[in-house]
Design a protein around this ligand. Structure first.
Ligand SMILES: [Zn+2]
Length: 98
């Protein structure tokens, strides 16, 4: 059985395309793509999140990947809005207490 719609694959394609369009390449210290997706989706544990965020804040490739993922996730017509659609590494801490 194959699914015609694979949101995850579309997401990865968009992320990679965003980096390709800027001629950005992955470095050895880059975090796994699944963590970048997790960061965009807000599904990481606090520890993972802290670790990934630290790298993303310093890495143009990874920040581009996350930004593209966030954009894709927030642009899903028949999906819920992602928890952190406005991801911005420099403003990681949000002040809402919810
Ligand atoms: Zn990186």
């Amino acid at each position: 059985m194959t699914r015609s719609q694979d949101p995850e694959a579309d997401l990865l394609r968009a992320m990679i395309a965003a980096c390709a369009s800027k001629s950005l390449t992955r470095s050895k210290s880059c975090v796994d793509t699944e963590y970048l997706v997790g960061l965009a989706e807000g599904t990481l544990t606090p520890q993972e999140r802290a670790c990934v965020t630290e790298h993303v804040a310093d890495c143009l490739y990874c920040s581009t990947m996350v930004a593209a993922a966030v954009r894709e996730l927030s642009d899903t017509p028949n999906g819920d809005a992602p928890p952190n659609a406005q991801f911005d590494p420099s403003r990681e801490r949000r002040r809402d207490g919810a």
